[in-house]
Every structure is written in C-alpha cells, then in structure tokens.
Design a binder for this molecule. Structure first.
Ligand code: CAA
Length: 382
C-alpha cells in the first residue's frame, strides 16, 4: 500500500474541499434546520464529477479509483454530513451494483443520469420488519406469463427516496429459497404502482430526505432485472461492502470537522488563567481524538486500496466502518464536552456533528452487524 496520494487523487480532494468549504459548510445550518433537500449543491457536486467518482467516463462518471472516493467523501462530510449521505447513496449504493451486474444498455440508461448528478438514485433493501436480517424481506416480485414481474410490498428508511428518479430494489422472486430467492430490479419512480410515504423526521443528516416507499402492482420488465434472477442478495451484500467504505469516510469527515473546531477552541478558551488546551485532562482527550481519527483513516484507505486492487475487501470494509463510526461518535461527544455550553448550543455546529455522527453506527449495517461480519470472516463460523 502506497502512503502517498497521486496527482489525480489530490485534485479531486481539492475540488471536493473547495465546494465543501465555499458552498456546503456555509449552508449546512440552514439545511439542518429546515430539512430542505439541498438540490443545487448536489447538482454542483454532480457537475464536478463527485456523484459518480468511480463510474467510468463512458457512463457519465469521473472514472477515478476508490481512494479518490474516500478523499472526496471526507471533504464533503466535513462540510456537511447530510450532503455526503446523498453523495454516498448515488456513488456506492446506486452505481456500484449497476456497474458490476448491469448490461451495457442498462448502464447507459440508468447510470449516466445519476453519475452526472442530474438525477438522484436510491437503494431499497430495508423493510419495516427487516433491517439487519435482510433476507426476512416480504416485498414480492411475481413473474407473469409474458416475462414481466408484478411487485408488491413496502421498503422503509429509503435514503433519497423522496427525490429519487431511479431506485435499485431488492425483492423476493422465490421466497422458499431465502437469500437465493432475492432478485434486484431498477425501478422508475415516475411509473404507476410506485408510491412514497411521509418523509421521516430524523435526529441528524436532516437534509438527506428519507421515506418509506410502497409498490402496488408495479410492473417491472425483464430488461429491468439487474444480474440474474435469484442473484439479488449477493448483489446487495457486495454493494454494501463498497458502501461501508463510503460511510467510514463520512464518519471520518464528521469527526475531523469536530476535531478541527476543538483544536481552535482549546487554544482560545481560557479557564483558571490558561488556555484549556494546556490542561492535561483536555490534552488526553485531544490525543485520543487524534489517534482514533488517524486509525480510522488508515483502515479506510486500506479497504479502499484493496478494492482498487480487485482483492476481497469485505472484512476490511466492515473493520473500517466499525472503527470510523464509533470514533466519530466518541470524537463528536468529546468535542461537545470540551466546548461545554457552547457545544450544546445551536450557535455552533458541534451539536450537529454529534447528531449526524450517530447514523454512521446504524445505516449500511449497524455496528453489531459489522462485528458479526468481521468475526465470521475471521473464524469462518456462522
Ligand atoms: N458479498 C457477496 N455475497 C455475500 C456477502 C458479500 N459480502 N455476504 C454474504 N454473501 C452471500 C453468502 O455467501 C450467501 O450465499 P450462498 O447462499 O450462495 O451461500 C448469501 O449471501 C447469504 O449469506 P448469509 O448466510 O451470510 O446471510 P445472513 O442471512 O446470515 O445475513 C448479514 C448476513 C451479514 C447479517 C446480512 O444480512 C447483512 O449484511 N445485514 C445488514 C443489512 C444492511 O447492512 N442493511 C443496510 C440497509 S441499506 C442502508 O442503510 C442504506 C441507506 O439508507 C444509506
């Protein structure tokens, strides 16, 4: 693993940092307070290649590597976590499965508009009764005599669901086969039979719109099946492996923003006649924050590097996501504590970082699921 970045990687990091600092961070408080979807900022990210970083140029993306994705995600998340959530769903959850399993025609049709940011994509696996236990899904796709599928059922917690044009959906085509009975489809949300529920009021990442979606006799054509029938669960798991690198990067971005604010604060804020950063109790917190931040970055780069080499990276992605998300929760907690009353106030972004960090321990596999994936990978036991 090379510890230096290439010119291209530094370039995309710089583009992401500029947009994050000039456009996203200044509007983050507004979008957090109102819960409005930041469409203009998202389109700007798309125009700059940040909505399909690993998507080849012939499908409208930037054609870059997984390390570039990590670096860009960190910058955007440091500007605002909600923007990076929308970015991660377009980049990883939507585009990854299509790029790996879709036909050439499907890629031209369904990847381009999402990768250039002109449309938003989503990923629908979770249901009201099945989150971690993804194979317990009830959404059904029943094959008809003409080869089409009729889809019925509900999916919940769909990030970007309220605004998505296309959704990668996982539904049971053969319920008696369990994980091997799941099939992936691409859904056009303008079609009859697709309905959206209310937008979820959330603790954090409030500008990333989330809703329940429902299918009532939605008809999907055979050309809208991704990969082979029955291959959907493996597609979902592979996509989530890639997605977890994105969430680890997001967690690092949130934690870094909280850490940088804290470093400024401990140098300025005085108590008992000295800057609070000169007290050993504060120093211990700063040192632990920095260790967790750097360890998270190294583990995330390792997972991204393995992915870029075409090697297996499932366990490493879970290690990165688990470490970075728990680090983000701890670091933002300590940042609020060090800022005292100001940390608790909405006049500073610390409380927002703290609220935003929590989701990284929950979505794209909870910390408990990451531990399960890591331990299964290490022992080979189920
Ligand atoms: N890549 C490819 N295939 C995989 C895989 C991977 N990483 N992991 C498992 N599989 C395959 C297995 O090999 C197995 O295949 P066979 O049937 O051919 O043997 C099949 O998938 C079933 O695997 P398991 O028996 O391990 O399945 P399980 O029921 O025990 O579940 C699990 C495994 C790891 C718990 C899985 O269900 C899981 O990851 N759950 C968490 C789901 C999740 O992350 N949800 C997040 C929702 S999306 C989200 O949050 C998005 C958002 O809004 C931002």
């Amino acid at each position: 693993m090379d510890f230096g970045y290439t010119e291209e990687q530094l370039m995309i990091q710089d583009v992401a940092r500029r947009i994050a600092q000039e456009k996203i961070a200044p509007s983050a408080e507004h979008f957090d307070r109102t819960g409005e979807f930041p469409l203009e900022n998202i389109q700007l990210l798309g125009q700059n290649g940040l909505m399909g970083i690993e998507v080849p140029e012939q499908y409208g993306g930037a054609g870059m590597d997984p390390i570039s994705y990590v670096l860009a995600m960190i910058e955007v998340a440091a500007g605002d976590a909600a923007h990076s959530t929308i970015m991660s769903v377009n980049n990883s959850l939507y585009c990854t499965g299509l790029l790996k399993f879709a036909t050439e025609e499907q890629k031209q049709r369904y990847v381009r508009a999402i990768a250039d940011g002109s449309q938003i994509g989503a990923f629908a696996l979770t249901e009201p009764q099945s989150g971690s236990d993804a194979t317990a899904m009830r959404c059904r796709a029943v094959r008809q005599a003409d080869g089409s599928f009729v889809i019925n059922g509900k999916k919940s917690w769909i990030t970007s669901g309220p605004v998505a044009k296309y959704i990668v959906l996982f539904a049971m085509t053969a319920p008696d086969r369990g994980a091997r009975g799941v099939t992936a489809f691409v859904i056009d949300t303008d079609r009859d039979g697709f309905h959206r529920g209310k937008t979820e009021p959330k603790l954090g990442i409030r500008a990333s719109a989330t809703c329940e979606i429902e299918f009532a006799d939605y008809v999907a054509q055979p050309a809208e099946v991704i990969g082979a029938e029955g291959e959907g669960f493996k597609i979902a798991m592979g996509v989530l492996d890639a997605g977890r690198i994105g969430i680890a990067s997001q967690a690092i971005g949130i934690a870094r923003a909280a850490y940088e604010r804290t470093i400024e604060y401990v140098k300025e804020r005085k108590a008992f006649g000295a800057p609070i950063g000169s007290f050993q109790m504060t120093q211990a917190k700063i040192a632990d924050m920095k260790c967790k931040l750097d360890a998270s970055l190294m583990l995330t780069l390792r997972a991204a590097w393995l992915k870029g080499q075409g090697s297996k990276f499932s366990t490493e992605a879970s290690i990165a996501k688990l470490t970075a998300s728990e680090a983000a929760m701890w670091i933002t907690h300590q940042a609020v504590q060090i800022h005292g009353g100001m940390g608790y106030s909405k006049e500073m972004p610390l409380e927002r970082y703290f609220r935003d960090a929590k989701i990284t321990e929950i979505y794209e596999g909870t910390s408990e699921i990451q531990r399960l994936v890591i331990a299964r990978g290490e022992t080979g036991l189920r």
